[in-house]
Design a protein around this ligand. Structure first.
Ligand code: SF4
Length: 282
């Protein structure tokens, strides 16, 4: 595992993602190393291969200072603008405990009295450490990624990320603290089409935390992701690989979209963007 401190050239980056105007990624690389991670292509910017994803984290040590300068370029203190932490890394992965770059960046936004929306997306309960700052932001929401209700599934697909049970607890704590929250249900794992009960339990458990807003995303199996997934999970048999293959199919997605909408209605949740996200459509 390689950890290296670096000086970034900029930190506030324009985004093409739906629902995010800008993104802040305080780290390059992500120790959580999820096998389905679309951000594994980021390695190429620091001379790494997609196979190295999860094995290096570069610390953008000057991120807070850069943000302090760059934020002043947004008009009206950012009113009407949204900033996502983060799009190609997890802002609360292990190194954040030591470096606190996400925390320091949030503090910059608090001190600047940023008027826009600060949106956080993480797989870590460490986000609750910063509830004090989140409460001081004018417009903020914190999202936890939920891909199952089963810790053994998180261990399998999200090697070094906190167990999903801890993420449910974090959602509950954030809700209790009065922070707006959402769950990011994605990627939808290929077996959910055959196991509606599993998907049902995810939605029910999210609702039980007090969270009502969800994003749902289909799995992105672009070639580089699929190759890495196969390398990371060499024990997958042909039948299991076939399930992944099937999930590239449009009919599969249409079926799953229908199930998602039924569950959203059943549990009175709000499906953001009104549809299940599919990366190839973006
Ligand atoms: S937590 Fe997010 S950025 Fe990190 S490896 Fe997993 S999917 Fe990728």
């Amino acid at each position: 595992m390689e950890i290296k401190e670096t000086q970034a050239k900029s930190i506030l980056t324009k985004s093409k993602l739906p629902d995010a105007d800008y993104v802040v990624n305080p780290y390059t690389g992500c120790r959580f190393g999820c096998v389905y991670c679309y951000a594994s292509f980021m390695g190429r910017y620091v001379g790494k291969d997609t196979a190295d994803w999860g094995e290096f984290v570069y610390i953008k040590i000057n991120a807070p200072e850069l943000l302090e300068k760059e934020i002043t370029k947004l008009k009206n203190k950012g009113k009407g603008i949204s900033i996502l932490f983060s799009s190609v890394t997890d802002p609360y992965q292990g190194v954040e405990a030591k470096y606190q770059l996400t925390r320091k960046c949030l503090k910059v936004l608090v001190d600047y009295e940023f008027e826009g929306l600060v949106s956080i997306l993480t797989k870590s309960e460490m986000v609750t450490r910063d509830i004090d700052l989140l409460k001081k932001l004018k417009n903020v929401e914190a999202g936890l990624t939920i891909t199952s209700i089963d810790d053994s599934v998180s261990r399998f697909f999200e090697k070094y990320a906190p167990n999903v049970s801890q993420r449910f607890v974090a959602l509950g704590q954030l809700n209790k603290a009065g922070i707006d929250t959402y769950a990011f249900v994605g990627p939808l794992l290929p077996n959910y089409i055959n196991k509606m009960d599993s998907l049902d339990s995810i939605f029910r458990k999210i609702k039980n935390t007090g969270t009502t807003d969800i994003y749902v995303e289909h799995i992105n199996l672009s070639k580089y992701i699929y190759e890495r997934l196969k390398n990371e999970l060499p024990d997958l048999d042909n039948k299991e690989l076939e399930m992944f293959d099937k999930s590239k199919n449009k009919d599969y997605r249409i079926k799953l979209d229908k199930i998602v909408k039924e569950l959203v209605t059943k549990y009175g949740l709000k499906l953001r963007l009104d549809d299940t996200i599919y990366h190839k459509d973006l």
